[in-house]
Write a protein that binds this ligand. Structure first.
Ligand SMILES: *Cc1c(COP(=O)(O)O)cnc(C)c1O
Length: 473
């Protein structure tokens, strides 16, 4: 069997898989026990004997796809994970096939050029100065900069490391001084507190910013939080804001927060993993007003930009902050050399790094910026419509009016009932949704990622929740 015929066959199988998903001929989720799946896939035999090609490959694909969670399914409303545009999958395939670890320019000039270009494209949307393509100018000019990394969590860590190095330039020599801290909203993503742990300052060094009923930072309360930090004898590495937050998708008031950070000379980091994509939309961009005041921004393409995982941008106002973030030496890689491009390597935790930009580029080049903006607007519009409908239901309450495509609600019952309802729907394979704690209460949570989901699906979901349940006794 040749690669080409296998590729052709896999293409057909994936087409059919997609058609089944769109036509709801298969459940959105099917979680069989782990051991059973290992058996069905004949993993043991295949690992022992090899030969995964031709008919055997086709059979394997059948069993594999049967045990997938179908993200493009109209009933998929669970997590903030991209419904990948097929063009993005092609980009991923080309990247995997050619394997150009482009963090060193000589190991992937085309991939590096695309990453450079896409970073500049994102810098422009944020309002940072794009970097000149001539490496000689690049070193001098105080333009923006960035790098694509494997996920928003790593992107947050990378940005916070850059912030720490700016505050404590000898950090790599001498380690952490004892007085470092971070300011972050009560509703920040767990990767922020985890970064504090990884950086060795400890999660207790994260000072919480008060949020309002929407989960958005209250700018008037910033001086109080900063005062607490100073009274404890600490220095702030950075202040983190959400655009938008994970539980309910609300945006923090970036301009007011940015103004406070400027005044106090604190590094301003915007976690735009999910919501920075609103920059593409003329209708939603205002939610990010003031993002250009940030020192660093992260932006996941594998959330609202239909890009295969992982592809997350770390963007900084001044490229030198990122270039210096990890100042160490590895003599075989980091040496002055004459070259026609740039090495992204010094900007990231990773050494070998795939051409992440290609996946994003393929999606943008297929849909155009306008196409992505329309997708973003459609998904948020659905959240608005669903909110209006849910609010009119006597047995349902919503904690906040959605600012993005994330919508939380509660159906009559206790916290435990909400969890039980989700478990029941997932077990039935009818719908896939998530839950979240917000303001100490448990909510059901819908994230509208699939372009196939409509208001009718939300109504059917609520019907399913209302269906009488078998008496557990
Ligand atoms: C999803 C998310 C992250 C984490 O990004 P990953 O790519 O999943 O690692 C961080 N912050 C926010 C606000 C997010 O929504």
């Amino acid at each position: 069997m040749s690669f080409l015929s296998d590729l052709h066959e896999i293409g057909n199988i994936l087409e059919n898989y997609r058609a089944d998903t769109l036509a709801r001929r298969a459940p959105v989720i099917r979680q069989r026990p782990l051991g059973e799946i290992i058996q069905t896939l004949e993993l043991d035999k295949l690992v022992r004997d090899g030969g995964l090609e031709g008919d055997r490959l086709a059979r394997f694909m059948g069993s594999y796809l049967e045990n997938t969670t179908r993200l493009e399914h109209p009933a998929y409303m669970a997590h903030q994970v991209a419904v990948v545009h097929p063009a993005g999958a092609l980009g991923a395939l080309i990247d995997a096939f050619s394997n150009n670890p482009m963090a060193v320019y000589e190991m992937g000039p085309a991939a590096a050029a695309i990453e450079f270009f896409m970073i500049n494209w994102m810098l422009g949307h944020v309002g940072f100065r794009p970097a000149p393509a001539d490496p000689a100018q690049y070193r001098e000019a105080a333009s923006g900069g960035g790098v694509l990394v494997n996920g928003g969590s790593l992107a947050n860590l990378t940005a916070l490391i850059a912030a720490r190095t700016r505050l404590v330039p000898d950090i790599w020599e001498n380690g952490n001084p004892p007085d470092l801290a971070i300011l972050a909203p009560a509703e920040c993503h767990y990767s922020i507190t985890r970064a504090a742990g990884i950086m060795g300052i400890g999660q207790r060094a994260v000072y919480t910013l008060d949020v309002d009923r929407n989960g958005s930072v209250i700018p008037e309360r910033l001086p109080e939080a900063y005062g607490r930090l100073r009274a404890d004898g600490k220095r702030a590495i950075a202040l983190v804001a959400n655009a938008c937050n994970t539980p309910v998708g609300s945006f923090d008031p970036l301009r007011a927060i940015g103004g406070f950070c400027r005044e106090k000379n604190i590094w301003f980091h915007v976690d735009g993993a999910h919501g920075a994509s609103a920059l593409l939309s003329a209708r939603h961009r205002h939610l990010l007003d003031g993002i250009d005041l940030a020192d660093s921004v992260i932006w996941d393409a594998h959330k609202m930009m239909r890009t295969p995982p992982l592809c997350a941008a770390v963007l900084v106002r001044d490229h030198r902050d990122l270039d210096r973030a990890f100042e160490q030496e590895a003599s075989y890689l980091f040496h002055d050399k004459k070259q026609p491009g740039v090495d992204f390597m010094r900007r990231t935790v990773e050494c070998t790094k795939s051409g992440l930009g290609l996946k994003l580029f393929f999606v943008v080049a297929a849909l155009g910026e306008q196409g992505l903006a329309r997708y973003y607007e459609r998904q948020c519009g659905l959240a608005q419509d669903a909110y209006a409908w849910l609010r009119a239901q006597p047995d349902i309450e919503c904690p906040v009016s959605p600012q993005s495509n994330i919508l939380c609600f509660r159906i009559r019952g206790s916290d435990r009932d909400q969890l039980a309802q989700r478990d029941r729907l997932i077990a039935s394979g009818e719908f896939h949704l998530s839950t979240t704690l917000f303001g100490r209460r448990r909510y059901l949570r819908m994230v509208f990622m699939s372009p196939q989901t409509t208001l009718e699906d939300v109504k059917m979901l609520v019907d399913a929740l209302r269906r009488p349940q078998p008496d557990p006794r």
